[in-house]
Design a protein around this ligand. Structure first.
Ligand SMILES: Cc1ncc(COP(=O)(O)O)c(C=O)c1O
Length: 450
């Protein structure tokens, strides 16, 4: 291996602050050092191998050995490593990708792309474009955003302000004014004490109506939601929720932004989460799997009806005063162009649905076996176990216990993501039935050690 493992261990977390971690804790308990990956398997600095049930970070959907994407990146670096997409210039891969994405997202009605460098950028861009849309139409008061508690929308100030988890907000307040959260479609814990997902969907929709009435519909720019909530603990809403939300937004002239940074490109078993629920959003935030995680890249997809408002504008309001140096980066665009046919060839949507069901069934069986499991949730290859110290009181599991679960699983050969009391499974969409069993066996061992 072309590195000095003693040096790496010696300096691990000393000079680098890690996202979503306390620097002192990282120094006390240094993170795993991942050195190589092949297929769906990671190798750490000691040569220990684990099956990556995290899928990088919900993004390496095609695994670590996707040669067409690696080649596209290398070829593009050789041809044109960078040029800007700001006014006046374009690049070949970005033009081709915009065309390919228009076709890809045609069933969602999304015909325009605004390229970004990742998920938080995509959310920020969508929020800004939503406000601008209303300004073009003369609805200048429509500036507010409504979102779901437990939702995760990245960490830019806009995204943090619509986030539904205090961990990402509290230390960074004050946040953007005019952002409001309603209850999450989370049957295990909700203020209505409602465990039936369909009834809960009704209550969440009623809360949205209520909040809109309270704020004044003509002050609200957009409602944003993940079709399946991911980082907040994998919460698949009842199938009626998103269509209801679509109807409410339409009735009040509010844009619906689908945050599909995780769910676009097959993870739920459908090519997009919106398509899974039969809804066309006004904008869709994508990133992550668009390049299989090999290059930082994202795209906000824009519905034809919204695009029409911008493109027919003849005032200064339609000019997009927003963008990033790396918007439409040609190397990222080339990577994405290589990903799309690979996803189709490997039918990752179908595999996500089939393997996801096996994983969910297996996790449900572990619920029967291990008292520490309070709740089991999943849709496609997004699954979670919520761990509790006590099933009756639902008291979240103690940190040290869940730490033991992680370490035991790691030793047993599976990397899992721990987020608060949740164990989150988001493996590459190319995993096999055998891989699912490996994940379940290691999870069984991990839970036994809790
Ligand atoms: C739904 C959702 N939106 C936005 C983001 C932010 O993406 P990024 O971390 O690439 O900025 C994430 C990241 O996990 C996400 O899951």
């Amino acid at each position: 291996m072309p590195f000095d493992s003693n040096f790496l261990k010696e300096n691990n977390a000393k000079f680098q602050w890690h996202p979503m971690a306390h620097p002192a804790e990282m120094q006390a308990n240094p993170p795993k050092i991942i050195c190589e990956a092949e297929g769906v398997t990671l190798t750490d600095v000691d040569g220990h191998k684990t099956l990556d049930s995290v899928g990088g970070l919900w993004n390496v959907n095609l695994g670590y050995s996707c040669e067409p994407v690696k080649k596209a990146i290398a070829d593009q670096l050789a041809t044109l490593p960078y040029y800007s997409a700001f006014r006046g210039t374009a690049t070949a891969p970005a033009i081709e990708l915009s065309h390919a994405l228009k076709e890809w997202f045609a069933p969602d009605g999304l015909g325009r792309a605004f390229f970004t460098s990742g998920g938080s950028d995509s959310v920020e861009s969508a929020l800004r474009l939503a406000r601008q849309y209303h300004k073009i139409r003369g609805d200048r008061d429509r500036t507010k955003f409504i979102s779901l508690k437990k939702g995760y929308h990245g960490t830019h100030f806009g995204g943090a302000s619509i986030n539904g988890n205090a961990n990402f907000r509290r230390n960074y307040e004050p946040l953007l004014p005019g952002c409001f959260q309603i209850a999450s479609p989370y049957p295990y814990r909700n203020p209505f004490n409602e465990t039936d997902p369909a009834k809960l969907a009704e209550l969440v929709a009623a809360s949205l109506e209520d909040e809109i009435g309270f704020q004044g519909a003509d002050t609200i720019a957009a409602f944003i939601m993940e079709p399946v909530l991911g980082a907040g603990g994998v919460i698949p809403p009842h199938e009626t929720l998103m269509p209801k939300v679509r109807e409410i937004c339409d009735r009040h002239g509010i844009l619906l932004i689908a945050d599909e940074v995780i769910t676009a490109f097959g993870r739920t078993g459908a090519w997009s989460g919106s398509r899974l629920w039969g809804v066309q959003p006004d904008m869709m935030c994508t990133a992550k799997a668009i390049t299989n995680g090999y290059y930082p890249f994202g795209a906000v997809m824009i519905h034809d009806k919204v695009a029409e408002v911008f493109e027919s504008d003849r005032s200064s309001f339609g000019a997009i005063g927003h963008g990033y140096t790396y918007s439409a980066h040609p190397v990222g665009a080339a990577a994405a162009l290589a990903c799309l046919p690979e996803m189709v060839r490997l039918k990752v949507n179908e595999n996500a649905a089939a393997r996801g069901q096996e994983l969910l069934d297996g996790l449900k069986a572990l619920y029967q076996k291990h008292e520490v499991v309070g709740d089991v949730r999943g849709k496609g290859l997004m699954c979670a176990l919520e761990l509790v110290d006590d099933r009756a009181s639902k008291k979240p599991i103690d940190k040290s216990r869940i730490g033991r679960v992680f370490e035991t699983m790691y030793e047993a050969g599976v990397m899992v993501r721990i987020s608060g009391p949740n164990m989150i499974f988001s493996p590459p969409l190319v995993i096999t039935a055998e891989d699912v069993q490996t994940i379940l066996q290691a999870t069984d061992a991990g839970l036994a050690a809790a």
